[in-house]
Write a protein that binds this ligand. Structure first.
Ligand code: AMP
Length: 281
């Protein structure tokens, strides 16, 4: 597995792979790999001849009071895991390599970021779309793979690719969970044992909403109230948002239908966790 640190080297390597007639997949990550990341890598490798994993904790998608400095890092462990999952290259640029001081351009999707996480993480999605657009131009993949755990991120990136005619297939991979249902996340490492128990209320509340819908409840506000009370029964929880929304526009809905998205963000202690699921009849 090759480790590539500069934009120029990555672009040359990708050009050579494309000229050789091979297909190329990209899995963008911020590292501290768990089974969710590795599932994305295996899915990507199944679809393409060569796999690039990018490992970059992107400063521009963190707000001033967020956990950029504290974000968990384990480069040596990550490199071993990526290689075992089939990565051919890891692109690992420095912040200075990605953002020279002279840079003035960003990529902004207009409406989709104004919902869900975008409301409490101002500028987050501009950071995401800008870094992902840059990664697409640097790695030049045929396919890029993202997790459905970050549903809004996947929506925003799919919109960007469509709007800017980027010739890249975007693949979404279902959320990978711990045995008890907690969505895997690098940030789970912040949780104390007691917080870890409360964190399970996110997935359990998705199951609760699904059960209410299945039993015939169609009113979003009623399901939301049940979910809110259920989560707040757990110690150390503080709700950022609970949204029942259209899975394409991310606009809140009043009436639940087959496929309505339920998305939530909950602070457990100091750790902000997200999860989502689609309601099924
Ligand atoms: P991150 O390193 O957190 O930026 O995540 C990199 C990619 O892994 C993103 O596309 C995430 O959506 C995806 N991902 C993170 N956690 C999970 C999970 N539990 N299941 C599936 N994909 C995930």
């Amino acid at each position: 597995m090759e480790i590539i640190k500069t934009v120029h080297h990555m672009q040359q390597t990708s050009d050579a792979i494309r000229q050789g007639g091979e297909s190329l997949a990209l899995v963008p990550t911020m590292g501290f790999f768990h089974e969710g990341h590795l599932t994305l890598m295996r899915a990507a490798k199944d679809h393409c001849d060569r796999l690039v994993v990018s490992l970059f904790v992107n400063p521009t998608q963190f707000g001033p009071n967020e956990d950029f400095e504290a974000y968990p890092r384990d480069t040596q462990g990550d490199l071993k895991k990526a290689e075992d999952a089939g990565a051919d290259m890891v692109f690992m640029p420095s912040a200075g390599e990605m953002y020279p001081e002279s840079a003035q351009t960003s990529v902004v999707v207009k409406d989709l970021p104004n919902h869900l996480c975008g409301l409490s993480r101002s500028g987050h999605f501009d950071g995401v779309t800008t870094v992902v657009a840059k990664l697409f131009h640097i790695v030049k993949p045929h396919v890029a793979v993202f997790g459905q755990k970050d549903y809004q991120q996947l929506s925003v990136i799919s919109r960007m690719v469509m709007d800017l005619d980027m010739d890249i297939q975007i693949m979404g991979v279902p959320t990978v969970r711990e045995a008890d249902g907690l969505a895997m996340s690098s940030r789970n490492s912040y949780l104390s044992p007691e917080e870890r128990k409360s964190a399970l209320s996110l997935k359990k509340s998705l199951d609760l909403a699904q059960r209410l819908f299945h039993e015939g409840e169609k009113k979003a506000h009623i399901v939301k109230d049940f979910v809110r009370s259920y989560i707040l029964e757990h110690p150390h929880t503080e709700i950022d948002y609970i949204s029942l929304c259209d899975s394409v526009t991310l606009e809140d809905v009043n009436t639940l239908t087959d496929g309505t998205l339920m998305a939530l963000a909950v602070r457990v202690g100091k750790t902000r966790l997200i999860d989502n699921g689609r309601l099924k009849k």
